[in-house]
Design a binder for this molecule. Structure first.
Ligand code: AMP
Ligand code: ZN
Ligand code: FE
Ligand code: FE
Length: 283
């Protein structure tokens, strides 16, 4: 029997809609035995999520999703097994969340100039104390009747290059990988199939990635095979998952359908163990 690991999931500590407990229960019902919660710029769900998971027999791996910028392009990097008590990382994450808040204010100002009277307070209500993302703005615009549907908000207003688009502060990829490594974690390039040519991918591999997210809803079978080939060629690790957020994105169907075998998680643990032994001079 497959032992399924979904290593890319969001909660309401960033732009997902479910609490960690709700998410873990849902995933458990879908037959997933190992998962990683990878909120944007937040490790807030830990250690609670790990403890809650263990009551159901679900292993929860600490994770985080960082954004990084290469030129004009934004990429995402998943950090696994990050030490969620590491003060240096927690300070960075707080800084990124503050920058997200400032960017949300700028986006709302741009929308107001476009005659859409959205308030920052209504966005903040949806984000709570978690990391604010554009999905919160999209949900507020739809629920308050300013725009008809979620995707239209991105296509016409806040997507890259649209009139209310605003950049946010991101690290360069090598610094994002170094930050993850400084807290004992492993870095994986998230959903490369969304917008990446192989030249950029190879450059990113050199910036300190330990692996690539091979399985993702945006990857068809041939892309999965392609990225698996690159993983083998460059001696990298493989991850994968549903990138589940819930809610307006209508992504309930992805739950339980995008996963990797738990042996991929064992390979990550072995890599960390080997790194640790070589650092302690026990080779
Ligand atoms: P942020 O982290 O605030 O920049 O928001 C990024 C999130 O917004 C991504 O994880 C996607 O879920 C969503 N998003 C970004 N661009 C689009 C787009 N063009 N269409 C739909 N969703 C998008
Ligand atoms: Zn997200
Ligand atoms: Fe992402
Ligand atoms: Fe994600």
């Amino acid at each position: 029997m497959d032992v399924k690991a979904d290593l890319h999931m969001h909660t309401n500590r960033s732009d997902g809609i479910y609490s960690p407990d709700e998410l873990i229960q849902k995933v458990h019902h879908k037959g997933i035995t190992t998962l990683s919660i990878t909120d944007h710029d937040s490790l807030d769900v830990f250690p609670h999520a790990i403890e809650f998971g263990s009551t159901l027999g679900v292993e929860v791996i600490p994770g985080v999703e960082l954004s990084a910028t290469v030129g004009e392009k934004e990429i995402h990097i998943l950090g696994y097994f990050v030490d969620f008590t590491n003060e240096h990382v927690l300070e960075y994450l707080k800084f990124f969340r503050d920058e997200r808040k400032k960017r949300a204010v700028r986006i709302v100002e741009k929308l107001n100039r476009l005659q859409i009277p959205l308030t920052f307070e209504s966005v903040l209500r949806r984000a709570g104390s978690g990391a604010i993302g554009r999905p919160h703005i999209a949900m507020a615009l739809v629920e308050e009747g300013f725009v008809n549907d979620y995707q239209t908000v991105f296509d016409q207003y806040i997507g890259f290059g649209c009139p209310a688009y605003e950049k946010k502060f991101n690290l360069p990829p090598a610094e994002a990988c170094a930050l993850i490594a400084s807290a004992g974690g492993l870095s994986f390039l998230a959903h490369p199939g969304r917008s990446m040519d192989d030249e950029l991918l190879k450059m990113l591999i050199k910036s300190g990635l330990d692996g690539i997210e091979v399985v993702h809803p945006s990857h068809n079978e041939s892309l999965v095979a392609h990225y698996r080939g690159i993983v083998t060629q460059y001696f990298l690790l493989e991850s994968g998952g549903s990138d589940f957020h819930g809610g307006k994105r209508n992504d309930d169907g992805v739950l339980g359908s995008f996963y990797v075998d738990v042996s991929r998680v064992d390979a990550m643990k072995r890599r960390l163990f080997d790194q640790h032994s070589s650092h302690s001079g026990n080779v």
